[in-house]
Design a binder for this molecule. Sequence first.
Ligand code: PBG
Ligand code: ZN
Length: 341
Amino acid sequence: MVHTAEYLPATGTDIGSVLQGGYNHELTREWQSERHLSKSMFIFPLFISDNDDDDTAIESLPNIRRFGLNKLVPYVESLVAKGLRSVILFGVPLAPGVKDPVGTAADDPNGPVIRAIKALKQAFPDLYIVCDVCLCEYTSHGHCGELYEDGTLNREKSALRIAQVAVNYAKAGANCVAPSDMIDGRIRDIKRGLIDAELAHKCMVMSYAAKFSGSLYGPFRDAACSAPSQGDRRCYQLPPGATGLARRALRRDMAEGTDAIIVKPSTFFLDIISEAARICEDYPICAYHVSGEYAMLHAAAEKGVVDLKAIAFESHQGLLRAGARLIISYFTPEFLEWLPN
Ligand code: PBG
Ligand code: ZN
């Protein structure tokens, strides 16, 4: 018989082999989790258009609607009543001709995001308002930054323009700006911009630091009308296999002054979430359970493959286990119903 260092034969019974006494009761099963889902971890994505009376279902995102300013506050009110603490805003310009090569509409003072920040702040002073910062919803070409003539990304101009948008959201009252563009150097420009505008102490920067390209953003691009007209985002979002690049981007964004980290997508990138929790151990880590992940779980539930509530718990518990402390999730309204606090 081979005795390894770990194998210590017990005399008589092997007492270390019996684990089930530790989780035979509903309460002790709960004790076994290091972290529990709670309402305050959830950030709910809101799509806000420039048509004030808009209230439109998004076909590929079950139960998610796009709202105009007039419909937004009553809807959010029903969620705040159930314990909603935070939202992330995405603007959807529908007016014809509003998109241009530099995304001017992103921080139009009369555009949907800036007006929504003000309306939400006024109606819900305690609601934590995160603004996604990107240009793709507002550019005529649908890319996340400004382009050179040859269609490649102009890094320097893009980062400065994105910083300008972030500062304008912060001026309007956003509690947090979350740049999702993945263009090199924008965290530094945003932080510099916030410092110069004397807003850095009042506005958090939450970087989408490890955001991967792939097939999971389709329903979002329907909702936000932000699919690129040509090309794709593979020259700025990370290649799905790129663990090393993700680590470098995480370290880079910390060095550039981010206050928190987003990993996106979530379920297929649990290893990256735990890498982020390790590399960025002093930062809040947020997992973004993206539109495609949400739509897939709904589709599976509709087919009778899974129970929606059970699978939602399992997937979101996985994010916590991997090391996330916050979750951006389209399931937020359901979790506000399901969770006791
Ligand atoms: C904008 C942005 C996207 C998402 C968040 N911000 C789309 C993209 O990068 O193509 C995706 C979120 C989701 O799929 O739920 N850059
Ligand atoms: Zn974008």
